[in-house]
Ligand binder design. Structure first.
Ligand code: SF4
Length: 331
């Protein structure tokens, strides 16, 4: 069954003129343009809204790994699957701050902290708020991903100074329940609304290569673009091979050109959002990453590991960005 997603389109906090509501057919028409025409449009929009020769660098730390009660079919941290991952407790604040300092020294401008929870308990949130405030004091932007939040919890994170909350929709409404059954897409939309209402910026995207159709990928982008305010950050993840999870049965690595088309379409649908090449970048050639930057991607995760999966080495990233003349904090 497909989730019916209720999205309130009126943003009462904004006096800006109403935004365009994207239809799935419009996204498909863009995506299917001749490649040069699609890239030209995406580049034009990218240049109108961003420095095309700059990428943002973020670093991601798992502050509480594994043992998650959700059944996300791609995830090594779900307790539903035998992935061989050892669950850990919430990291102490000082250890987190030490990792954040090293990430800053290595060139990261944003520090993202992820905990494998369905939703945080209030006593856990106390500790996470403490971490957020401490990492902010290092002069970094902060992001956390903790699962579903109540309005009150979102307010507490806002009071701690949190800049971004990550909560991905993962895929299209049609494909969603083939991947996750323990929480609905509407649950996720509700958490995103609480985050917005608390004045925190939204980081929200999804994963491709899990066996979904191109229409599902575009459906996900349309869903994001039509939120009351599109996410400020849109992570696009390539599915990473993980032992023991059900997505292994359906996963298929996307055609590189299809990925570049998807990034370009995301750029056109969400002109002001930062589009991040997230998990799975180790599978991408330098040439494909360059094509994605040209299509409008302007953020990457740096560091050797993303939560539990591999990521390109810092030196490879620095070398690639240097060859492309792209500035970042890695330089
Ligand atoms: S909620 Fe997050 S940590 Fe838990 S199974 Fe899903 S993706 Fe993994």
């Amino acid at each position: 069954m497909v989730d019916v997603v209720e999205i309130e389109r009126t943003d009462s906090r904004s006096s800006a003129p109403p935004r365009k509501t994207w239809e799935r057919a419009e996204a498909e028409a863009l995506y299917n343009l001749p490649f040069a025409d699609l890239m030209f449009q995406a580049q034009g929009i990218h240049r109108a809204n961003f420095n095309p020769n700059h990428v943002e660098t973020a670093s991601l730390l798992s502050i509480k790994t594994g043992g998650c009660p959700e059944d996300c079919g791609y995830c090594s941290q779900s307790a539903h699957y035998d992935t061989g991952l050892k669950a850990t407790r919430l990291m102490p604040r000082d250890e987190v701050v030490a990792v954040a300092q090293r990430a800053k020294d290595a060139g990261a401008s944003r520090f993202c902290m992820a905990a494998a929870w369905r939703s945080p308990k209030d006593r856990d949130l106390d500790q996470v708020c403490d971490m957020v405030s401490a990492v902010k004091r290092l002069g970094m932007e902060t992001c956390v991903t903790l699962g579903m939040l109540t309005p009150k919890q979102a307010e507490r994170l806002s009071d701690a100074g949190l800049d971004f909350y990550n909560h991905n929709v993962d895929t299209s409404p049609e494909f969603y329940d083939k991947i996750i059954t323990t929480r609905t897409l509407q649950d996720r939309i509700d958490t995103l609304a609480h985050v917005r209402d608390a004045g925190i910026k939204v980081c929200c995207g999804g994963i491709i290569g899990m066996g979904e159709m191109v229409e599902d990928r575009l459906g996900m982008l349309v869903l994001l673009a039509n939120l009351p305010s599109p996410p400020e950050s849109v992570p696009i993840n390539l599915w990473n091979e993980v032992k023991g999870v059900p997505v292994n049965e359906t996963a298929e690595r996307p055609d590189p050109i299809a990925l570049a088309r998807l990034v370009a379409t995301a750029r056109i649908l969400m002109p002001n959002s930062v589009v991040r090449l997230s998990a799975g970048r180790q599978y991408m050639t330098d040439e494909l990453q360059a094509l994605c930057f040209l299509a409008g991607a302007n953020s990457i995760f740096i560091g050797d590991v993303l939560l539990t999966t591999k990521n390109p080495q810092r030196d490879r990233d620095a070398d690639l960005l240097d060859r492309l003349g792209i500035t970042s904090r890695l330089a």
